[in-house]
Design a protein around this ligand. Structure first.
Ligand SMILES: [Zn+2]
Ligand SMILES: [Zn+2]
Length: 152
């Protein structure tokens, strides 16, 4: 039994026509461009035994992968920083709310630096939480748009 072979218009590699749902795109390109289910390639004699792809990655896709990985890394770093700020400011902020009566209305009783510390911690909690919500939504959206980021 011989399988139909087509040339991919993106990476110029030949592939078994039936392995890809996208016309004129190999499984690999269809995966990166359209999130089609990936082929877990098994290379024998320079080609994937399952989809016949030769391992070529087009410049466009290589650049796209690099760009999206960078984006994801940036988001993860920001989430890390925001989480750190939340962790260090939360205990003080909680303390601030527990002692609301004695602190808010009697700021003058306490040292200026202590009040600043309290305001900073409340500010830190509010800013980091709103940032985390936004960053996580952005990350979710990015992974939805480029599903391959999940398993890399
Ligand atoms: Zn291709
Ligand atoms: Zn394959």
């Amino acid at each position: 039994m011989t399988k139909d072979i087509t040339t991919c218009k993106e990476c110029k590699s030949e592939y078994f026509t039936e392995t890809s749902k996208k016309e004129s795109l190999c499984t690999n390109c269809a995966h990166y461009l359209y999130g089609q289910k990936r082929c877990f390639h098994i290379f024998t004699n320079e080609r994937c035994a399952k989809c016949y792809w030769n391992g070529t990655v087009s410049e466009r896709i290589a650049a796209m992968i690099k760009r999206n990985k960078k984006k994801l890394k940036k988001i993860n770093t920001s989430i890390g920083i925001a989480t750190f700020i939340l962790i260090i400011s939360l205990p003080t902020a909680i303390y601030w709310f527990v002692y609301l009566d004695t602190t808010v209305f009697s700021l003058t009783k306490h040292s200026f630096s202590r009040n600043v510390w309290f305001f900073m911690s409340v500010f830190g909690v509010l800013v980091s939480i709103s940032f985390l919500i936004k960053a996580n939504a952005f990350k979710k959206q990015l992974i939805k748009e480029v599903p391959y980021l999940k398993h890399n």
